[in-house]
Design a protein around this ligand. Structure first.
Ligand code: PLP
Length: 436
């Protein structure tokens, strides 16, 4: 029984996720708990696929697995016939464990190690996205040593900064990522790659930012990249097969986020690509995108149990839960905002405004400031919405708190796909210091 577009309830009035009662989930798996509505992940991915099909463009959707990576998550993307991008040997190793097809993996990162490049090359990943001159040399060494060939793209910083939170911007010139166009570094990188017979430059990549809620940035990104391709086509006869526009499609965290349908981004991108291709007499390349947040963000829920409460006369109360910055650093790191509700009665009228505090020893560990809530009592379960992207994937063991379990819920069934860490896990890498 949908109560509104953002959550569902059952006959008891409890929050449900993937058709499963959230309270039943917390009884079975305890809290804090991360739960994904898998059907919602599929819907988002398929909505993008559908949007590209409608535009009749060659395309690939490469899930940016930094948003949430696990064996089960890679299995879902594999079922959807998607690509993934990984940014570390660890993500790549996880994808290999999930038997993800290596040809559909793109390997990103601004400081890939030689060992990581070797792992990627030996497993024949589809594309290595080159980020800097050091990496070009390192990859040349790896290819020489292994006698391998690899497809590459160049990550370009086109000088576009989409309208978003400062920390999320990675497309502007003053960035640690990619080759800058203005200074000529992108062209220099292009020429260096062309000298290698073991690298095939299949296209260009850029990523202009995250949580982007309008299309202008993407249109500008397309314009700048197509201009660059035009230049290189004229000078060097270069014709890329692929234009990879990165990720960044925004989602609803709170009512303030005016979300665009995914089709709108795709149709604006398609229009821009066609316009510039026509103007410059270029073939329309395949368009790749790398959505992370828009695939898993709104599908994820964090369930917490209420514990202590601090009331200060004249100030807002602090209601503390059993998770916080260790399982979701975004509020502390980016001042990210979320909504939360009472799992046993999400539609209950709020009767007070509280600060939803985490359990970690930092004053800044506040999950939500000024949250309207019904009066809660210890043991109540609070569900934070839209925590599926960059929550669990950025989790830490700060304060030596074990990381939560992750559950996938779909069609009324739940499965634990990442188990809860134990105290034993926490000390499993510790070694006694042999004092002299
Ligand atoms: C290169 C690249 N691609 C894709 C993404 C995914 O972005 P989002 O999760 O906002 O879609 C990121 C995020 O930082 C990124 O750096």
């Amino acid at each position: 029984m949908p109560v509104n577009d953002y959550y569902h309830t059952n006959a008891q009035g409890h929050l449900t996720i993937g058709g499963v009662d959230a309270l039943a989930l917390t009884q079975k798996y305890q809290t804090p708990l991360v739960v994904y509505d898998v059907a919602q992940i599929r819907q988002q991915f398929q909505a993008l696929q559908h949007a590209f099909e409608q535009q009749q463009l060659d395309y690939e959707i490469s899930y940016a697995s930094k948003a949430f990576a696990s064996v089960a998550m890679y299995q879902v993307i594999k079922q959807l016939h998607g690509h993934i991008d990984v940014v570390s040997g660890g993500e790549l190793y996880t994808a290999l464990k999930a038997c993800f097809p290596c040809q559909k993996i793109s390997f990103h990162g601004n400081n890939k190690t030689k060992a990581e490049l070797l792992l990627a090359v030996k497993n024949r990943v589809g594309v290595i996205i080159l980020d800097n001159f050091y990496e070009i040399e390192l990859l040349k060494q790896v290819l020489a040593e292994t006698g391998s060939q690899v497809q590459v793209m160049l990550r370009i910083t086109p000088g576009v900064s989409a309208h978003t939170h400062e920390y999320d911007q990675t497309g502007q010139e003053d960035s640690k990522f990619g080759f800058d166009v203005k200074s000529g570094q992108a062209e220099q990188a292009f020429l260096q790659v062309q000298t290698s017979e073991q690298m095939e430059l299949i296209g260009l990549h850029a990523h202009i930012g995250s949580q982007i809620l309008e299309t202008t940035g993407f249109e500008l990104e397309v314009e700048k990249l197509m201009r660059l391709i035009h230049e290189w086509a004229q000078k060097y006869g270069y014709q890329p097969q692929v234009l990879n526009l990165g990720g960044g499609f925004g989602i609803r965290y709170t009512a303030a986020d005016k979300v665009l349908p995914l089709e709108t981004y795709v149709s604006q991108i398609a229009t821009a690509v066609r316009k510039w291709a026509k103007k410059y007499g270029l073939a329309v390349p395949a368009i790749w995108v790398e959505p992370g947040r828009s695939i898993v963000g709104a599908a994820g829920y964090s369930l917490y149990t209420v514990g202590s409460r601090k009331d200060v006369p004249g100030l807002l109360p602090y209601v503390a839960v059993d998770g916080g910055m260790g399982d979701n650093i975004r509020p502390a790191l980016y001042q990210a905002e979320y909504e939360a509700l009472l799992a046993r009665d999400p539609a209950a009228k709020s009767s007070e405004t509280v600060h939803l505090a985490g359990r970690y020893c930092e004053s800044g560990d506040l999950l939500i400031k000024k949250l309207p809530l019904p009066v809660t009592k210890p043991g109540d379960v609070i569900a934070m919405l839209s925590t599926g992207a960059y929550g669990y994937s950025m989790a830490s063991n700060y304060n030596r708190v074990p990381r939560p379990a992750v559950v996938f819920a779909e069609d009324g069934q739940a499965q634990e796909v990442v188990t809860r860490e134990t105290y034993e896990d926490l000390v499993s890498h510790d070694r006694f210091y042999q004092e002299k």
